[in-house]
Design a protein. Structure first.
Length: 332
């Protein structure tokens, strides 16, 4: 009887140890669940939870209704939540090097293979106290969309006359420094009502998800060429990352790298499909031509690099890695 009791006690202790060994991670996402980008992140979570059964689990608390999208990066940094799927532009003042993703002409597959994402992770750890797990849904470009037919000047350049242009930190350098606009800054969640009430009549957005947000109910024109790249990714509180077991860290990183590739390839195809669907449903494409198109596309990239340079100079590390980041995030 004593041996049986001892055995049961040992088994109970082992069971408790195994349960204790499960690493739990709390997470939030920047956008509502209806948006394709959030759905992509939730797919990543499902992959981790399936492969990490008994080792690591991600518990999603919700989106901007739980923690405001602009507050999520600091919430991760301060340990309020362990993980966030968010746009790096929401913490540009802390990690200005994130503009390397914004101005990129390629995707996470390229930047992962040449060490660019490892470098960006090092910078996140040093400057923000977070671990940059992965650049998801990369390589999707942006366009400018308008309610009214856009005007072009005598040289074929886009005229901002009459544009009430919605912006956020992703676009500001391009919209202000090149287009000369005074944009109205609005979070994604407020844009529908702003378009409905004509507070704004133009906005930038990616080539995916316009219909998910129902903005296509108001926006009638798309301006080509496209510019920028999405900068959505996953950050993890660094203390939390360091507390995870090696097995948990390995599972998270492996799944993240796989999802970087899968999401980039899938969304590249989806962008073409969704843009075609918008045109079929009546959206008109206005294409800048010749030198005007070249100036427009180059200005978006160069204004963003200039912003990155200016903001990096304000940090103690200065322009360390500036040229290297441009090289690693662009297939020049």
């Amino acid at each position: 009887m004593k041996r049986t009791t001892l055995t049961l006690g040992v088994l109970t202790a082992l069971g408790a140890t195994q349960a204790f060994a499960l690493d739990q991670i709390t997470a939030v996402h920047a956008f509502p669940p209806s948006l394709i980008y959030t759905q992509s992140f939730l797919e990543f979570v499902d992959k981790v939870n399936e492969r990490g059964e008994g080792v690591v689990q991600i518990n999603v608390r919700g989106g901007p209704e739980v923690i405001g999208l602009s507050e999520q990066p600091d919430a991760v940094r301060n340990g309020v939540v362990d993980m966030a799927y968010t746009a790096a532009s929401f913490y540009a003042g802390t990690v200005p090097e994130r503009d390397a993703m914004v101005a990129s002409n390629t995707n996470a597959i390229y930047a992962r293979e040449n060490g660019g994402l490892d470098l960006l992770n090092e910078i996140h750890q040093q400057k923000m106290g977070t671990y940059y797990l992965g650049w998801f849904d990369s390589g999707v470009n942006y366009n400018l969309y308008t309610i009214d037919e856009p005007k072009l000047d005598g040289e074929g350049n886009l005229s901002i006359s009459g544009l009430r242009l919605r912006s956020n930190p992703v676009y500001d350098a391009f919209f202000q420094d090149y287009l000369g606009a005074q944009p109205i800054s609005l979070p994604t969640t407020d844009v529908y009502s702003a378009l409905e009430r004509s507070v704004v009549n133009a906005t930038g957005w990616t080539q995916i998800g316009l219909e998910d947000l129902n903005w296509d109910s108001f926006l009638n024109y798309r301006i080509d060429p496209a510019f920028f790249s999405t900068d959505m990714g996953v950050i993890v509180n660094l203390d939390k990352w360091n507390q995870l077991s090696p097995d948990a860290q390995q599972i998270l990183q492996e799944v993240a790298i796989e999802h970087e590739r899968d999401s980039a390839e899938r969304l590249d195809d989806l962008a073409v499909e969704q843009q075609a669907a918008l045109e079929e449903n009546g959206m008109t494409v206005v294409t800048l031509e010749g030198e005007a198109a070249t100036r427009y596309a180059e200005a978006a990239r160069e204004a963003t690099w200039a912003r990155m340079r200016t903001q990096m100079e304000r940090h103690p590390a200065g322009l360390t890695h500036y040229d290297e980041l441009i090289e690693k995030f662009n297939d020049l």
